[in-house]
Design a protein around this ligand. Structure first.
Ligand SMILES: C[S@@+](CC[C@H](N)C(=O)[O-])C[C@H]1O[C@@H](n2cnc3c(N)ncnc32)[C@H](O)[C@@H]1O
Length: 292
Protein backbone atom coordinates (compact mmCIF):
# COMPACT_ATOMS: atom_id res chain seq x y z
CA UNK A 1 0.00 0.00 0.00
CA UNK A 2 1.28 3.48 -0.82
CA UNK A 3 1.40 6.14 1.93
CA UNK A 4 -1.36 8.15 0.24
CA UNK A 5 -3.70 5.19 0.47
CA UNK A 6 -3.31 5.27 4.25
CA UNK A 7 -5.36 8.42 4.34
CA UNK A 8 -8.34 6.48 3.00
CA UNK A 9 -8.33 4.05 5.94
CA UNK A 10 -7.86 4.16 9.67
CA UNK A 11 -4.49 3.50 11.28
CA UNK A 12 -3.56 -0.14 11.63
CA UNK A 13 -0.75 0.61 14.05
CA UNK A 14 -3.17 2.33 16.45
CA UNK A 15 -5.01 -0.95 17.04
CA UNK A 16 -1.69 -2.84 16.89
CA UNK A 17 -0.23 -0.75 19.73
CA UNK A 18 -3.38 -1.35 21.78
CA UNK A 19 -3.06 -5.09 21.08
CA UNK A 20 0.51 -5.08 22.46
CA UNK A 21 -0.67 -3.25 25.59
CA UNK A 22 -3.61 -5.64 25.98
CA UNK A 23 -1.35 -8.68 25.62
CA UNK A 24 1.09 -7.39 28.24
CA UNK A 25 -1.73 -6.38 30.56
CA UNK A 26 -2.23 -10.10 31.22
CA UNK A 27 1.49 -10.89 31.65
CA UNK A 28 2.12 -13.24 34.59
CA UNK A 29 5.19 -11.19 35.60
CA UNK A 30 3.96 -8.03 37.38
CA UNK A 31 7.07 -6.16 36.21
CA UNK A 32 6.04 -6.74 32.59
CA UNK A 33 2.33 -6.14 33.14
CA UNK A 34 1.05 -3.19 31.15
CA UNK A 35 -1.22 -0.96 33.28
CA UNK A 36 -3.54 -0.25 30.35
CA UNK A 37 -6.49 -2.41 31.43
CA UNK A 38 -8.76 -0.75 28.85
CA UNK A 39 -6.57 -1.55 25.82
CA UNK A 40 -8.34 -4.85 25.15
CA UNK A 41 -11.68 -3.03 24.90
CA UNK A 42 -10.47 -1.25 21.76
CA UNK A 43 -9.64 -4.45 19.87
CA UNK A 44 -11.60 -6.21 17.15
CA UNK A 45 -12.48 -9.89 17.82
CA UNK A 46 -9.38 -11.47 16.26
CA UNK A 47 -6.85 -9.21 17.99
CA UNK A 48 -8.80 -9.61 21.24
CA UNK A 49 -8.49 -13.39 21.00
CA UNK A 50 -4.77 -13.18 20.29
CA UNK A 51 -4.17 -10.79 23.19
CA UNK A 52 -6.51 -12.26 25.78
CA UNK A 53 -7.27 -15.93 25.10
CA UNK A 54 -4.96 -17.91 27.37
CA UNK A 55 -4.13 -20.83 25.00
CA UNK A 56 -2.83 -18.52 22.23
CA UNK A 57 -1.21 -15.79 24.35
CA UNK A 58 2.29 -17.41 24.43
CA UNK A 59 2.25 -17.54 20.63
CA UNK A 60 1.15 -13.91 20.50
CA UNK A 61 4.02 -12.79 22.77
CA UNK A 62 6.48 -14.84 20.71
CA UNK A 63 5.14 -13.33 17.46
CA UNK A 64 5.45 -9.76 18.79
CA UNK A 65 9.05 -10.46 19.85
CA UNK A 66 9.87 -11.99 16.47
CA UNK A 67 8.25 -9.26 14.34
CA UNK A 68 9.26 -6.31 16.54
CA UNK A 69 12.18 -7.28 18.81
CA UNK A 70 12.18 -5.33 22.09
CA UNK A 71 8.80 -3.73 21.46
CA UNK A 72 6.82 -5.70 24.08
CA UNK A 73 9.01 -4.46 26.94
CA UNK A 74 9.37 -1.00 25.44
CA UNK A 75 5.59 -0.53 25.31
CA UNK A 76 5.25 -1.52 28.99
CA UNK A 77 7.86 1.10 29.89
CA UNK A 78 6.39 3.68 27.52
CA UNK A 79 2.87 3.31 28.94
CA UNK A 80 4.17 3.66 32.50
CA UNK A 81 6.42 6.62 31.70
CA UNK A 82 3.72 8.55 29.84
CA UNK A 83 1.23 7.72 32.63
CA UNK A 84 3.67 8.98 35.23
CA UNK A 85 4.31 12.28 33.40
CA UNK A 86 0.57 12.78 32.85
CA UNK A 87 -0.24 12.28 36.53
CA UNK A 88 2.65 14.50 37.65
CA UNK A 89 1.69 17.37 35.35
CA UNK A 90 -2.02 17.17 36.24
CA UNK A 91 -1.13 17.10 39.93
CA UNK A 92 0.98 20.21 39.46
CA UNK A 93 -2.04 22.05 38.06
CA UNK A 94 -2.02 21.57 34.27
CA UNK A 95 -5.66 21.24 33.19
CA UNK A 96 -5.37 20.68 29.44
CA UNK A 97 -4.07 17.40 28.03
CA UNK A 98 -3.67 17.21 24.25
CA UNK A 99 -3.08 13.75 22.79
CA UNK A 100 -1.55 13.95 19.31
CA UNK A 101 -2.17 10.83 17.20
CA UNK A 102 -4.34 9.47 20.00
CA UNK A 103 -5.16 6.08 18.45
CA UNK A 104 -6.54 3.84 21.19
CA UNK A 105 -4.93 5.88 24.01
CA UNK A 106 -7.11 5.14 27.05
CA UNK A 107 -5.70 7.69 29.50
CA UNK A 108 -8.70 10.02 29.33
CA UNK A 109 -10.86 7.12 30.56
CA UNK A 110 -8.41 5.23 32.82
CA UNK A 111 -7.56 8.41 34.70
CA UNK A 112 -11.00 10.02 34.57
CA UNK A 113 -10.95 10.51 38.37
CA UNK A 114 -7.52 12.21 38.38
CA UNK A 115 -8.60 14.32 35.40
CA UNK A 116 -11.58 15.87 37.16
CA UNK A 117 -11.49 19.56 36.24
CA UNK A 118 -9.24 18.89 33.22
CA UNK A 119 -10.07 18.60 29.53
CA UNK A 120 -8.49 15.99 27.28
CA UNK A 121 -8.23 16.76 23.57
CA UNK A 122 -7.72 13.72 21.35
CA UNK A 123 -6.37 14.61 17.89
CA UNK A 124 -5.89 12.01 15.20
CA UNK A 125 -6.28 11.29 11.53
CA UNK A 126 -10.02 11.80 10.84
CA UNK A 127 -10.75 8.12 10.06
CA UNK A 128 -8.89 6.87 13.13
CA UNK A 129 -10.60 9.52 15.27
CA UNK A 130 -14.02 8.41 13.98
CA UNK A 131 -13.15 4.77 14.79
CA UNK A 132 -12.02 5.79 18.29
CA UNK A 133 -15.24 7.68 18.94
CA UNK A 134 -17.33 4.67 17.86
CA UNK A 135 -15.37 2.43 20.28
CA UNK A 136 -15.68 4.92 23.14
CA UNK A 137 -19.44 5.24 22.60
CA UNK A 138 -19.73 1.45 22.64
CA UNK A 139 -17.67 1.26 25.83
CA UNK A 140 -19.30 4.04 27.85
CA UNK A 141 -22.63 4.59 26.05
CA UNK A 142 -21.60 8.17 25.17
CA UNK A 143 -18.55 10.36 24.63
CA UNK A 144 -17.33 11.56 28.05
CA UNK A 145 -17.86 15.27 28.65
CA UNK A 146 -14.20 15.90 29.58
CA UNK A 147 -12.89 14.60 26.22
CA UNK A 148 -12.96 16.45 22.89
CA UNK A 149 -12.05 14.88 19.57
CA UNK A 150 -10.65 16.49 16.42
CA UNK A 151 -9.58 15.00 13.07
CA UNK A 152 -6.29 16.24 11.62
CA UNK A 153 -3.62 15.07 9.17
CA UNK A 154 -0.37 16.38 10.68
CA UNK A 155 1.43 16.08 7.35
CA UNK A 156 -1.04 18.32 5.55
CA UNK A 157 -2.90 20.46 8.07
CA UNK A 158 -1.87 23.01 10.61
CA UNK A 159 -1.82 21.82 14.20
CA UNK A 160 -2.80 25.36 15.24
CA UNK A 161 -6.06 25.08 13.28
CA UNK A 162 -6.80 21.64 14.74
CA UNK A 163 -6.14 22.91 18.28
CA UNK A 164 -8.47 25.86 17.70
CA UNK A 165 -11.13 23.59 16.24
CA UNK A 166 -10.85 21.27 19.25
CA UNK A 167 -11.22 24.25 21.61
CA UNK A 168 -7.78 24.22 23.24
CA UNK A 169 -7.22 27.40 25.28
CA UNK A 170 -3.87 28.92 24.27
CA UNK A 171 -3.77 31.11 27.36
CA UNK A 172 -3.54 28.07 29.65
CA UNK A 173 -0.69 25.55 30.03
CA UNK A 174 -1.14 22.22 28.28
CA UNK A 175 0.53 18.84 28.39
CA UNK A 176 0.96 17.29 24.94
CA UNK A 177 1.27 13.50 24.68
CA UNK A 178 2.81 12.33 21.39
CA UNK A 179 3.20 8.59 21.75
CA UNK A 180 4.28 6.31 18.92
CA UNK A 181 3.81 8.98 16.26
CA UNK A 182 6.90 11.07 15.41
CA UNK A 183 8.67 8.40 13.33
CA UNK A 184 5.72 8.38 10.88
CA UNK A 185 5.83 12.12 10.24
CA UNK A 186 7.79 14.37 7.93
CA UNK A 187 10.55 16.50 9.48
CA UNK A 188 8.45 19.56 8.62
CA UNK A 189 5.44 18.18 10.53
CA UNK A 190 7.60 17.41 13.59
CA UNK A 191 9.12 20.93 13.45
CA UNK A 192 5.71 22.56 13.13
CA UNK A 193 4.32 20.59 16.06
CA UNK A 194 7.19 21.40 18.44
CA UNK A 195 7.16 25.06 17.36
CA UNK A 196 3.40 25.19 18.03
CA UNK A 197 3.84 23.69 21.51
CA UNK A 198 6.50 26.34 22.21
CA UNK A 199 3.85 29.06 21.72
CA UNK A 200 1.97 27.80 24.81
CA UNK A 201 2.48 29.40 28.24
CA UNK A 202 5.17 28.31 30.71
CA UNK A 203 4.42 25.00 32.49
CA UNK A 204 3.35 23.53 29.15
CA UNK A 205 5.30 20.53 27.94
CA UNK A 206 5.36 17.68 25.45
CA UNK A 207 6.39 14.06 25.90
CA UNK A 208 7.25 12.01 22.84
CA UNK A 209 9.15 8.95 21.76
CA UNK A 210 11.28 9.10 18.64
CA UNK A 211 13.70 6.99 16.64
CA UNK A 212 17.39 7.81 16.66
CA UNK A 213 18.49 9.28 13.34
CA UNK A 214 21.17 6.57 13.39
CA UNK A 215 18.32 4.04 12.91
CA UNK A 216 18.28 5.18 9.27
CA UNK A 217 22.03 4.63 8.68
CA UNK A 218 23.27 2.41 5.85
CA UNK A 219 24.62 -0.15 6.61
CA UNK A 220 22.24 -0.42 9.60
CA UNK A 221 23.60 0.47 13.05
CA UNK A 222 20.50 -1.15 14.57
CA UNK A 223 19.62 -4.16 12.39
CA UNK A 224 16.29 -4.71 14.23
CA UNK A 225 14.98 -1.44 12.87
CA UNK A 226 14.59 -3.12 9.47
CA UNK A 227 11.90 -5.34 10.99
CA UNK A 228 10.01 -2.30 12.26
CA UNK A 229 10.22 -0.62 8.88
CA UNK A 230 9.04 -3.76 7.09
CA UNK A 231 6.16 -4.37 9.52
CA UNK A 232 4.78 -0.82 9.42
CA UNK A 233 5.34 -0.45 5.65
CA UNK A 234 3.22 -3.57 5.16
CA UNK A 235 0.41 -1.61 6.78
CA UNK A 236 1.06 1.59 4.82
CA UNK A 237 2.62 3.56 7.71
CA UNK A 238 6.19 4.40 6.75
CA UNK A 239 8.90 5.08 9.32
CA UNK A 240 10.66 8.14 7.99
CA UNK A 241 11.80 10.41 10.82
CA UNK A 242 14.51 10.31 13.46
CA UNK A 243 16.68 12.62 15.60
CA UNK A 244 20.42 11.94 15.95
CA UNK A 245 21.33 10.59 19.37
CA UNK A 246 23.45 13.46 20.70
CA UNK A 247 21.45 16.16 19.00
CA UNK A 248 18.17 15.93 20.98
CA UNK A 249 18.77 18.76 23.52
CA UNK A 250 19.81 21.15 20.71
CA UNK A 251 16.99 19.88 18.48
CA UNK A 252 14.25 20.79 20.96
CA UNK A 253 16.05 24.02 21.99
CA UNK A 254 16.12 25.20 18.36
CA UNK A 255 12.34 24.74 18.33
CA UNK A 256 11.83 26.83 21.46
CA UNK A 257 11.72 24.10 24.13
CA UNK A 258 13.99 22.87 26.94
CA UNK A 259 14.72 19.16 27.34
CA UNK A 260 13.56 18.03 30.77
CA UNK A 261 14.29 14.30 30.46
CA UNK A 262 15.33 11.86 27.77
CA UNK A 263 15.22 8.19 28.78
CA UNK A 264 16.72 5.51 26.54
CA UNK A 265 16.29 1.72 26.50
CA UNK A 266 18.45 0.59 29.45
CA UNK A 267 17.08 3.25 31.80
CA UNK A 268 13.50 2.64 30.73
CA UNK A 269 13.96 -1.09 31.24
CA UNK A 270 15.50 -0.67 34.69
CA UNK A 271 12.96 1.87 35.86
CA UNK A 272 9.76 0.35 34.49
CA UNK A 273 10.26 -3.36 33.65
CA UNK A 274 12.40 -6.29 34.79
CA UNK A 275 15.66 -4.62 33.75
CA UNK A 276 16.19 -7.03 30.86
CA UNK A 277 18.36 -5.36 28.21
CA UNK A 278 16.16 -6.79 25.42
CA UNK A 279 14.61 -3.36 25.07
CA UNK A 280 14.27 -1.23 21.99
CA UNK A 281 17.74 0.31 21.63
CA UNK A 282 16.91 3.06 19.16
CA UNK A 283 13.80 4.75 20.57
CA UNK A 284 14.10 6.97 23.67
CA UNK A 285 11.34 9.05 25.26
CA UNK A 286 11.86 12.80 25.61
CA UNK A 287 9.99 15.29 27.79
CA UNK A 288 10.48 18.90 26.69
CA UNK A 289 9.15 22.00 28.43
CA UNK A 290 8.23 25.50 27.39
CA UNK A 291 10.88 27.61 29.18
CA UNK A 292 9.62 30.07 31.71
C1 LIG B 1 1.28 3.74 16.41
S1 LIG B 1 -0.21 4.67 16.46
C2 LIG B 1 -0.07 5.30 18.11
C3 LIG B 1 -1.40 5.58 18.70
C4 LIG B 1 -1.38 5.96 20.18
N1 LIG B 1 -0.70 7.22 20.40
C5 LIG B 1 -0.74 4.85 20.99
O1 LIG B 1 0.39 5.03 21.45
O2 LIG B 1 -1.37 3.82 21.13
C6 LIG B 1 0.15 6.07 15.46
C7 LIG B 1 -0.95 7.11 15.49
O3 LIG B 1 -0.49 8.25 14.78
C8 LIG B 1 -1.52 8.69 13.93
N2 LIG B 1 -0.90 9.36 12.80
C9 LIG B 1 0.18 8.95 12.08
N3 LIG B 1 0.42 9.82 11.09
C10 LIG B 1 -0.51 10.80 11.21
C11 LIG B 1 -0.79 11.98 10.49
N4 LIG B 1 -0.07 12.33 9.44
N5 LIG B 1 -1.84 12.75 10.87
C12 LIG B 1 -2.60 12.38 11.94
N6 LIG B 1 -2.38 11.28 12.66
C13 LIG B 1 -1.35 10.50 12.30
C14 LIG B 1 -2.27 7.43 13.52
O4 LIG B 1 -3.59 7.70 13.07
C15 LIG B 1 -2.24 6.63 14.82
O5 LIG B 1 -3.33 6.89 15.65
Amino acid sequence: MMPDERRSRRSHTAEGAAAVRATAHRDADPRLRNPDYLAERFLGPLLWLRACWKPVRPLTVWTIQRLLPGFYRFVVARTKHFDSILLGEVQSGVTQVVILGAGADSRAYRFAAQLTGSTVFELDHPLTSAWKQRRVRKLFGELPAHVRYAGVDFDHESLADALDRAGVDRAKPALFLWEGVTHYLTAAAVDATLAEVATFPARSSIVFDYFYGEAFAEPPVYPDVLKYKAYTAKHGELIVFGIDQDYVPAFVAQRGLRLSSNLAGPELSARYTDGDPRMLAFSPIAHARVPG
